[in-house]
Ligand binder design. Structure first.
Ligand code: PA5
Length: 419
């Protein structure tokens, strides 16, 4: 289960906290009943037959592919990349490559070069089935697949994760006979990592997706009646925002969490940033960023609060060896684990930033495994929904994302969008 602690320092007040927590607790049922609220009960009510098919597909991919290219953007790729990288990367034969999350020719050419001489499969993921970035990348990668394997075998290496009944990708998948997985109608992209959107890649990377869902279910049980710790975190964020702390920096001492930070930024940014409102979600990876952003965090504009994602477990890994000469002056650390030193750096950073008037929140996961990741994902999803309701916005739409698309289609002279 995910724990939350906080210290606000002298500049922030906690006057409204209890009232905001009470208000947030009331929003759990609203999220559950909302359009696009099916993620709330997903860890209990997921499609068990599809889950079995995902497991089988992941095994097949590990038998026949050196690479699985995951083609998707936003909520259709950040979640599984976050989980796979946070847990330490691929464990099996099949490595995951990502495409369709940009329009960079160089980026896609790099993926194509990496595939040279290797067996590969494609998981194309798009709820709408019409997003330009993944659609273009898929067409290019599909051509390579066809050239390499011929039409019949190529079709068996394409896994399409999309809407159950509509969209260009759905129609192509049906026409061509690709294996299909479903992005449920009532779950939006950024809440979809625990559906087929995320599960096929995570299972292919060698992780236990049943444990991931178990962890999410355990967290659901602890939050479902009154929002639990998620309601407290949501209330803290909104209380701080009302006092002028309008930037939240997610901080982590584990570089493997880089893409988790990206997933979190999308979750909160796309859910809350609308109607002229929202906390700006930023992120850092420490110690790296202590030597770049550390100065700003300590002494820059005082509109920041910082949320540390932490691991409670001690990691008994590499230790500082003995060196009798002590020329580097490090003998006071002899025998200490790197994790011990890292945890001290973490505590020191929290204390220093707090003393510099940065309110500090800690979101603590018990350990780093599939179950705890499932719990952490669910905790942030619930927190985000409750927080957006406190802010007075709809957590589940993203009308602003359309603006650039419309202009891009005009510039590209897409039929129907001519200026
Ligand atoms: O959270 C969201 O809804 C978005 O980030 C989408 O996931 C993203 O725009 C990709 O859309 P689609 O899956 O329809 O290609």
């Amino acid at each position: 289960m995910i724990d939350v602690k906080w210290e606000l320092g002298v500049k922030a007040k906690s006057d409204d906290f209890e009232a905001l927590v009470a208000e947030a607790r009331g929003y759990v049922a609203r999220a559950q009943q909302a359009d696009f609220g099916a993620w709330v009960d997903l860890p209990l009510k997921y499609d068990k037959d599809e889950f079995e098919r995902i497991q089988r597909a992941a095994e097949r991919i590990n038998q026949d592919s050196d690479y699985l290219v995951c083609v998707g953007i936003g909520g259709s790729y950040l979640g599984h990349r976050a989980v796979i990288e946070a847990l330490g990367g691929e464990r099996g034969r099949t490595k995951i490559l990502y495409a369709g999350n940009s329009l960079s020719a160089r980026g896609l050419e790099k993926v194509l070069a990496e595939l040279e001489g290797h067996d590969f499969s494609i998981n194309v993921i798009s709820k709408s089935g019409t997003t330009t970035e993944p659609a273009v990348a898929f067409r290019i990668l599909k051509r390579r697949l066809l050239e390499q394997y011929g039409e019949t075998a190529a079709k068996q290496r394409i896994y399409a994760t999309t809407d159950a009944g509509r969209g260009a990708l759905h129609d192509e998948a049906v026409a061509m006979g690709y294996e299909r997985f479903v992005v449920p109608d009532d779950i939006g992209g950024r809440y979809s990592v625990l559906t087929a959107v995320g599960l096929l890649a995570i299972a292919t990377a060698g992780y236990d997706i049943a444990a991931l869902l178990d962890g999410a279910e355990e967290e659901r049980m602890s939050l479902i009646s009154d929002g639990g710790k998620a309601a407290e975190y949501a209330a803290l964020r909104n209380m701080l925002l009302r006092q002028g702390f309008n930037v939240e920096v997610l901080a982590n001492f584990e570089p493997q969490f880089g893409y988790f930070n990206e997933w979190w930024k999308q979750l909160f940014g796309e859910s809350e940033g609308k109607d002229g409102k929202g906390i700006f979600p930023a992120s850092v990876i420490y110690s790296t960023d202590l030597h770049s952003m550390g100065q700003y965090m300590q002494e820059g504009r005082r509109e920041l609060f910082e949320t540390f994602v932490e691991l409670a477990e001690e990691y008994d890994g590499v230790r500082v060896p003995a060196e009798p000469e002590n020329l580097d002056g490090l003998n006071y650390l002899e025998g200490k684990s790197l994790d011990y030193i890292c945890k001290k750096a973490n505590a020191a950073t929290r204390e220093a930033h707090l003393a510099g008037d940065v309110p500090v929140i800690e979101v603590i996961m018990p350990r780093l495994d599939e179950q705890a990741m499932g719990a952490l994902i669910y905790f942030f999803e619930m927190s985000c929904a409750l927080s957006a309701y406190l802010l007075g916005v709809n957590p589940f739409n993203q009308p602003g994302v359309e603006a650039y698309k419309k202009r891009m289609f005009e510039l590209l002279e897409k039929p129907g969008f001519e200026a």
